[in-house]
Design a protein around this ligand. Structure first.
Ligand code: OMP
Length: 275
């Protein structure tokens, strides 16, 4: 069985270093001439799949925009994930789950167990109930060859209140999360399967050199992060950085060729990550 890290490394090398978000904001549904309802959600997702499937390395559906429509929205998400995965495009479910014990275990099984209708290649998780509380997801991912992206230093301005706080040993909380993820990746020869999330909007990133795993960098475009920011924050860890862009590309829709052009222009901006 290949690991998520191995499959991701291959996808980044062959398709370019980019994760595109499927974020069906109400404003985008309207701008695409679609209803803010489950039919609109379904059409939006189908157009995204047509534009991105087989083209980008990773597609990241933002689960909240599906959940808001209840069970019908989740059915759209199930179909979207299944089509993308069925054709070999890596799906990172952006669910940002974090809980304790058996509840975390249920979240882990939802996103990472073979038999789950929402099973994805990887999921985002929040370690802010304690990194150790993520063990069910990390262990299941290790067993099933799937990935987990741990929020470390997020792109929102409020995140620093918690993430920049210092531990007794002087490290920031964000750095401690990166170090915990690094421990999980020890021994992986290509790229570990435990990633971290570091916002492209930040003044400073945690030290990522020992991570041996992927770094998802959201915040490019609509939140003000640029390719230069990604270059600066990635320092020395270029091969493992995966910028995420959602609205900046989605605004080019609903035309599939226009979405693909926007993807091509964005991948081009990040060509330096493969140097
Ligand atoms: O985990 C994430 O993907 C994430 C972490 C973070 O720190 N900041 C962040 O913006 N995201 C997600 O990345 C996407 C960014 O969307 P845009 O700002 O439209 O590119 C949204 O789905 C966010 O929920």
């Amino acid at each position: 069985m290949s690991t998520f890290g191995e499959r991701l490394a291959e996808a980044l090398a062959s398709r370019g270093p980019l994760c595109i978000g499927i974020d069906p904001h109400p404003q985008l549904l309207t701008a695409w001439g679609l209803g803010v309802d489950t039919d609109g959600l379904e059409k939006f997702s189908e157009l995204c799949v047509e534009a991105f499937d087989g083209v980008v390395a990773v597609v990241k559906p933002q689960v909240a925009f599906f959940e808001v429509f209840g069970s019908a929205g989740l059915e759209v998400l199930e179909r979207t994930v299944a089509v993308l995965r069925g054709s070999g495009t890596l799906v990172l479910a952006d669910a940002k789950r974090g809980d304790i014990g058996s509840t975390m275990d249920a979240y882990a099984r939802t996103w990472l167990a073979d038999e789950s209708p929402l099973c994805s290649d990887a999921v985002t998780v929040s370690p802010y109930l304690g990194f150790g509380a993520l063990a069910p997801a990390l262990d299941l991912g290790a067993r099933t060859g799937r990935g987990v992206f741990v929020l470390a230093a997020t792109s929102n301005p409020e995140g620093g209140q918690v993430q920049n706080a210092r531990l007794e040993d002087g490290r920031t909380v964000a750095q401690a999360m990166v170090d915990e993820a690094a421990a999980r990746n020890a021994g992986a020869d290509r790229l570990g399967s435990v990633g971290v999330v570091v916002g492209a909007t930040l003044a400073q990133a945690p030290d990522l050199r020992e991570l041996n795993g992927p770094v998802l960098m959201p915040g490019v475009g609509a939140q003000g992060g640029t390719a230069d920011d990604v270059r600066r924050l990635a320092a020395g860890n270029l091969k493992a950085v995966v910028p995420n862009v959602s609205r900046e590309v989605l605004r080019a829709g609903p035309s599939v060729p226009a979405l693909r052009d926007a993807v091509a222009r964005t991948v081009e901006q990040f060509a330096f990550l493969q140097d």
